[in-house]
Ligand binder design. Structure first.
Ligand SMILES: Cc1cc2nc3c(=O)[nH]c(=O)nc-3n(C[C@H](O)[C@H](O)[C@H](O)COP(=O)(O)OP(=O)(O)OC[C@H]3O[C@@H](n4cnc5c(N)ncnc54)[C@H](O)[C@@H]3O)c2cc1C
Ligand SMILES: NC(=O)c1ccc[n+]([C@@H]2O[C@H](COP(=O)([O-])OP(=O)(O)OC[C@H]3O[C@@H](n4cnc5c(N)ncnc54)[C@H](OP(=O)(O)O)[C@@H]3O)[C@@H](O)[C@H]2O)c1
Ligand SMILES: Cc1cc2nc3c(=O)[nH]c(=O)nc-3n(C[C@H](O)[C@H](O)[C@H](O)COP(=O)(O)O)c2cc1C
Length: 579
């Protein structure tokens, strides 16, 4: 690629100049396709920082960059963890695109910059013009909180908001496109118009996405836990032949499910409907049963539905919970209760078909970490999925998508899928570096993919897997493969934590502590530390154990250990795929 020349007298601050030089020297070449034909001496830089866990914000940042190029701007797209606070202070035009994770928290790659920007020592940003696009999901209490925090903080530091923040729910594409189309011209206002306008190379985006999923064929559906296990985990293989699609180890596959027909029938009869009632949905008239089967979330109750049940029933307990603002108590009450449970619990509450539908959310896809390497398996995608099945409130309950895959899809059902790339979560480019992988339960999925990838690449680096589940006899999934990898030498070290094989629980983080000295040594050798699986308990405890290991075996204070971990994150050597 021809590198653009950045003249001495070009209107950049030192920070911008240093950054652009590094940038064009190829450090982040993926971020600015065909920028070479923009005249950098005249173009205004537009910084686009994204905070992402699963790639949506990154993809939108690239869309915004393409639009910026078309407006003669010089877009600089960065993951937030590639930027420090002094660089932020040197910026004049900035777009922030960030999702929210955990419970109202920043995505992993936004955490450090946020901490610096939110600290008392953060610089004033009077010269900065900005706007924020926030991604989130209204089913979470703290909707779009990370974007809200950035928006408020930048304004508090003296920056000027050129366009109000836009908060996007799960259907983020249309509002995001609208925001980009409004904000980019505002950012270009008053900029030199002599820049050579370049609309960039044709989009390399996949032809298949959430709105246009690929109809794939399910080839393999195999239970990998023992039949007498207390849980059910399945291995799936899905054909992508003929799609033109490809994927990388670390990516996720999204599946758009349909609802269980028996649940649809039960809801229809509990409502006192026939199912043939015609309702306008997605621009057409369709029967209530079809709408419930394919278009609406009919398991997890929306806030609006719960509130309406409380209002119409006048139930004291539910109203008290809703009015108390005690979110934990409310979520305890709702845990395991689905829409049908609430309809059955309050038979005096009646809804017409139209009223009921108006209280539902659209049926959403579910994401799954891919458990195969696209290099080793270019024609298939493998998934490792725990089937959600439980008894509660006098009924058997099934998770929508995990049991759709398990029970309802056969070779003749077009399985609607699309990929979400996860560029942060990748096998190291340097094949000689060690990989440490912590993946209990279904968290093993991407590590099966990583190990296949390393085998395919004949990578020399050492590999260490921490895996665990409830019982060794029933839940040691992929045991044969894992043992074969050990025997071949691909898997250098394996630590297993079967939590329920003894009176005291043993978890992966206990195994990390037991092997602390060696773990520290692997980190010091340039090792990468990956975590996948439960975000709310396991990943937090593993993070704590990592800090403890670094403190103890690296002989560091807690603050030094925090710095060490932050550097690992910055170098993308500590990355997580947690849910
Ligand atoms: C990036 C990402 C990667 C993921 N990768 C994987 C993966 O590799 N493998 C995998 O299995 N999952 C993975 N998941 C989770 C997956 O997306 C789904 O959330 C999971 O399959 C459940 O979806 P479902 O539609 O079957 O259940 P849903 O219909 O969404 O129901 C789940 C809900 O059921 C309730 N519930 C569940 N268990 C119980 C119980 N025991 N008692 C009472 N209530 C309960 C809870 O309210 C829970 O929220 C991933 C998620 C993300 C975001
Ligand atoms: N956020 C979520 O909603 C979420 C997150 C992860 C998984 N899930 C769902 O739960 C189902 C099963 O998931 P799974 O197979 O991945 O895992 P899992 O069954 O939840 O757990 C796997 C192993 O992790 C152990 N574990 C529990 N708490 C832990 C902690 N604090 N630290 C370390 N290990 C801990 C479990 O032990 P014990 O059970 O014996 O304590 C078990 O041995 C799936 O449907 C999945 O989608 C939901
Ligand atoms: C484990 C998990 C936690 C989430 N927590 C929140 C939250 O607290 N608030 C919110 O608005 N959205 C939340 N979301 C939704 C994400 O922000 C949303 O899916 C977003 O589109 C993800 O964008 P990304 O791919 O750029 O990370 C959460 C999603 C997951 C999987």
């Amino acid at each position: 690629m021809k590198l653009p020349f950045i003249p001495e007298n070009a209107p950049y601050s030192d920070t911008q100049r240093a950054w652009l030089s590094g940038f064009f020297a190829g450090m982040h070449s993926h971020m600015l396709q065909s920028a070479s034909s923009i005249d950098a001496s005249n173009a205004r830089s537009l910084y686009i920082l994204y905070g992402t866990q699963t790639g949506n914000s990154e993809s939108l940042a690239n869309d915004a960059a393409n639009s910026a190029k078309a407006h003669g701007l010089l877009p600089v797209v960065k993951s937030m963890d590639e930027v420090d606070i002094s660089q932020l202070a040197g910026m004049e035009h900035l777009l922030i695109i960030t999702s929210t994770y955990g419970e109202g928290a920043m995505p992993d790659n936004a955490e450090m910059l946020w901490e610096a920007a939110n600290s008392d020592s953060a610089p004033r940003l009077e010269n900065l013009k900005f706007s924020v696009l926030a991604l989130g999901d209204t089913s979470y209490d703290l909707f779009c909180q990370a974007g809200i925090d950035w928006d408020n903080r930048l304004a508090a530091l003296g920056a000027t908001r050129v366009l109000d923040r836009v908060d996007c729910d799960v259907d983020f594409e249309a509002p995001a496109e609208q925001w980009i189309s409004e904000v980019v011209p505002l950012m270009a206002e008053g900029a030199s118009t002599t820049a050579v306008i370049d609309t960039g190379s044709p989009s390399t985006k996949s032809a298949y996405n959430r709105k246009n999923p690929f109809p794939a064929k399910l080839l393999v559906n195999r239970i990998v836990t023992a039949l007498d296990s207390s849980k059910e985990t399945r291995h799936y293989e899905i054909s992508i032949t003929g799609s033109g699609l490809s994927y990388e180890a670390g990516d996720a596959l999204c599946v758009i499910p349909s609802n269980c027909p028996e649940l649809v029938s039960s809801i229809v009869s509990t409502l006192g409907c026939t199912g043939t009632e015609q309702e306008p949905v997605a621009g057409e008239l369709m029967s209530l049963s079809t709408a419930l089967q394919n278009y609406f979330e009919i398991k997890l109750p929306s806030k609006e539905f719960v509130e309406e049940i409380a209002r119409r029933s006048g139930d004291q307990e539910l109203n008290a919970l809703l009015n108390s603002g005690d979110k934990e108590q409310l979520s305890n009450y709702l845990w395991g209760r689905d829409i049908l449970d609430l309809l059955l619990q309050f038979p005096q509450v009646e809804f017409s078909a139209a009223e009921f539908i108006n209280l539902l959310k659209p049926l959403q896809h579910r994401a799954y970490s891919i458990s195969s390497s696209g290099k080793a398996h270019p024609d298939t995608v493998h998934l490792t999925v725990a089937s959600v099945r439980y008894d509660a409130h006098g009924r058997h309950h099934k998770g929508v998508c995990s049991t759709y895959l398990a029970d309802l899809v056969d070779e003749t059902t077009p399985l609607r899928i699309f990929f979400t790339p996860n560029n942060n979560f990748r096998v190291p480019n340097d094949d000689s570096l060690p990989m440490i992988m912590v993946g209990p339960g279904t968290g093993i999925a991407p590590f099966r993919a990583f190990l296949q990838e390393r085998a395919f690449r004949k990578a020399s680096g050492k590999n260490w897997l921490f895996f665990g589940d409830r019982n060794a006899a029933t839940d040691f999934i992929y045991r044969d493969e894992i043992e074969a990898m050990q025997n071949s030498g691909l898997l250098t070290k394996l630590d297993l934590a079967f939590s329920r094989d003894q009176a005291e629980k043993i978890y992966v983080q206990d195994k990390m502590r037991n092997n602390g000295a060696e773990l520290w040594a692997w980190l010091e050798q340039g090792g990468y530390f990956f975590v996948c699986g439960d975000a709310y308990h396991m990943a937090k405890d593993v993070d704590k154990a990592l800090h403890e290991v670094i403190q103890k075996h690296g002989k560091k204070t807690l603050l030094e250990a925090v710095d060490y971990v932050n550097q690992l994150k910055k170098d993308k050597r500590y990355v997580r795929d947690v849910y």
